[in-house]
Design a protein around this ligand. Structure first.
Ligand code: ADP
Length: 451
């Protein structure tokens, strides 16, 4: 989202820039950078130096700044370290310090997830920054409410000086909770789909009451997809490119390619799963659901799974593929090229997720003419309508259970055999517009409502 939204906002005539930590990723080494600012801040009693560098060519369609702090942010992984708390608080301090030195401050600072959740509080209440930034409007977007970044008040000294009666702006359940603070201190809160915003009021790892109380400033805006990257007519990873007019031949060619590679039968419906093999995605019920379906339907469908995550699930899926050779295949790992050809070559995409704030896979699938089989939750609920309903085009299920998966697969097989309905649905799906143009305009409207 942060890589796409600003590009579209700029094309609408605004100036959107992005600042993020300088992780030591491939992207960093593959591009040219220039130093734009150097400064220092203190985290508790530790002084640290930071630098801000900018990507020189503007190839992303917006200015990208990255903040480097030696010993803290210069790591390969984005998160998952023991000192993540120190890393992200330092990053937020550096950003507030840098922005407070700009001659013209921005109209809006838009923060994403708990790693940037303290920024609205810092800007509003901390003396080091509020003399300049207190009136800058802030928007906070929640991509995943499961991760809140909370820590004990024993680390109170990490927060720069502020009027202590404002401590409530940091607190939730006797801890400093950056996600709760972002919700309390910003002017508007968004989630990446309207359905997910609703669900947070009932299930938000302890923050339910906060979302209920703050509902007046909360809104769900569905993410878009990058329609330049995800375009079956030009996608260079495909065995054959296709448009809405040539979808039948195009999908057959890509399916043939996949079936040859994985030893599957191209005459059977091909159902795939792409994603992290974790509980949130209900990957643990996949083996049971697929197994049950094979017994119920006598191996009438083929399955292809791409993903990595929990070792136990990976092992179970590998075992399933061994047991049902020619019916189930899996690729444990991450492969961008394979994912593209799977969206193109498969007939159905399975997403039985337990939690899905937005979900991109189902939107890619729709655009590539692949029928999504999804659980009726979060962003999936907002983007997929069951084919049984008027104007519907997908298959929905109520629970992330093996039984629901197997039942949905039976429905998928019947749909696949009804060639006329199947091709009618493909056309409906491929015409749906989930481009960023729509979401970018919604965000601009939201910004304007607080300026
Ligand atoms: P989440 O961000 O919760 O993992 P999303 O649906 O929002 O789920 O985005 C997942 C993205 O990652 C999709 O673009 C999907 O194609 C991609 N992806 C996930 N796992 C893999 C994998 N093993 N190989 C290639 N792409 C993957």
């Amino acid at each position: 989202m942060v890589g796409a939204l600003p590009k579209y906002q700029n094309s609408l005539g605004h100036i959107a820039k992005v600042v993020m930590p300088m992780y030591r990723t491939k992207f960093l080494y593959a591009n040219e950078w220039e130093l734009v600012h150097e400064g220092g801040q203190t985290l508790g009693n530790q002084w640290f130096k930071y630098s801000v560098i900018r990507e020189k060519t503007n190839k992303l369609g917006f200015d990208l700044y990255v903040v480097d702090i030696n010993g803290l942010l210069d790591r390969e992984k984005i998160y998952g370290y023991d000192d993540d708390r120190e890393r992200f608080i330092s990053f937020q301090l550096a950003v507030c310090d840098w922005v407070s030195r700009w001659q013209n401050v921005p109209d809006i600072v838009h923060c994403h997830d708990h790693q940037a959740g303290l920024v609205p509080f810092f800007m509003k209440h901390c003396y080091a920054f509020n003399y300049k930034l207190a009136n800058v409007r802030t928007v906070f977007t929640i991509h995943n409410g499961e991760y809140q970044g909370q820590f004990g008040w024993d680390k109170y000294y990490y927060i720069p000086a502020y009027d202590t009666w404002n401590w409530g702006g940091l607190d939730w359940n006797n801890a400093i909770n950056p996600m709760a603070s972002g919700v309390k201190s910003s002017w508007r809160v968004t989630t990446v789909s309207p359905g997910y915003m609703e669900e947070l009021r009932h299930s938000a790892r302890g923050l339910e009451k906060l979302f209920e109380y703050e509902r007046g400033k909360c809104v769900g805006i569905l993410n878009g997809i990058d329609t330049e990257v995800w375009d079956a007519e030009t996608d260079s990873y495909l065995a054959k490119n296709y448009s809405i007019k040539s979808v039948e031949e195009g999908k057959v060619a890509n399916k043939k390619h996949l079936c040859e590679q994985f030893g599957l039968d191209e005459n059977k419906p091909l159902i795939c799963f792409i994603g992290r093999l974790v509980g949130e995605k209900a990957a643990d019920v996949l083996p049971g659901g697929i197994g049950q379906s094979i017994y119920q339907n006598g191996g009438m469908a083929n399955f292809l799974i791409l993903g990595s995550g929990d070792t136990a699930v990976e092992e179970e899926l590998n075992a399933l593929a061994q047991r049902f050779k020619g019916i189930v295949a899996c690729y444990i790992g991450y492969s961008e090229p394979l994912s593209h050809i799977m969206y193109a070559g498969c007939d159905f995409l399975l997403m039985p997720s337990r939690v899905e704030p937005c979900g991109l896979n189902q939107m890619y699938a729709l655009r590539y003419g692949t029928v999504p089989i999804v659980r009726n939750i979060g962003g999936l609920k907002d983007t997929v309508k069951d084919f049984g309903a008027d104007g519907g085009f997908g298959i929905t299920m109520e629970q992330s259970s093996a039984g629901d998966i197997a039942y949905s697969i039976s429905r998928a097989i019947s749909l696949y055999n009804d060639k006329e309905k199947f091709s009618e649905i493909r056309e409906v799906m491929m015409k749906i517009d989930h481009s960023w143009d729509v979401s970018a305009a919604a965000y601009i409207k939201l910004y304007e409502s607080v300026i």
